[in-house]
Ligand binder design. Structure first.
Ligand code: ZN
Length: 150
């Protein structure tokens, strides 16, 4: 693991939640019966995310990911997959838009309970270089949702 890369200075409580997701990622692994699979990387940081979803009709039934990279990208993926189960495609797209607004410094989005643990990442908006890390899994989600409609 690359420990030389400086992490943004977020509040201690949030830092702990992010590290918890990074060390014990939720929903990490492959989906045997995935209907959607999108791989994206963030060359600026070396983050990689392979997002796999099982969508039934308009509802996301299962979400898993494989990935590697910095704590922010991996924690964001872990937190995101926690929120996706039983969401409809429009709800998932709305969440991605909320997350993107929070990364642009939107205080309302940062207080939005629907973002769950992701609110721990609100402070990342102050570190422009790391915003791409936090949004990487969300970009994969948006790509997957678009692909499903084509
Ligand atoms: Zn990163």
């Amino acid at each position: 693991m690359d420990t030389s890369r400086p992490e943004p200075q977020l509040s201690a409580l949030y830092q702990e939640l992010i590290l918890d997701h990074y060390r014990r990622p939720r929903n990490k692994g492959t989906l045997e019966d995935a209907t959607h699979s999108v791989s994206l990387n963030n060359p600026l940081c070396g983050d990689e995310i392979d997002l796999q979803l099982r969508v039934d009709g308009d509802v996301i039934k299962e979400a898993r990911f494989i990935g590697r990279g910095c704590s922010i990208s991996q924690a964001s993926a872990s937190m995101m997959t926690q929120l996706l189960k039983e969401r409809t495609v429009p709800q998932a797209i709305a969440l991605a838009e909320r997350m993107s607004a929070m990364m642009q410094g939107d205080d309302g989005a940062a207080r939005d309970k629907t973002l769950g643990d992701l609110r721990a990442l609100a402070g990342v908006s102050k570190f422009p270089v790391r915003i791409k890390c936090a949004l990487l899994p969300w970009n994969a989600l948006t790509d997957a949702m678009k692909a499903g409609r084509g």
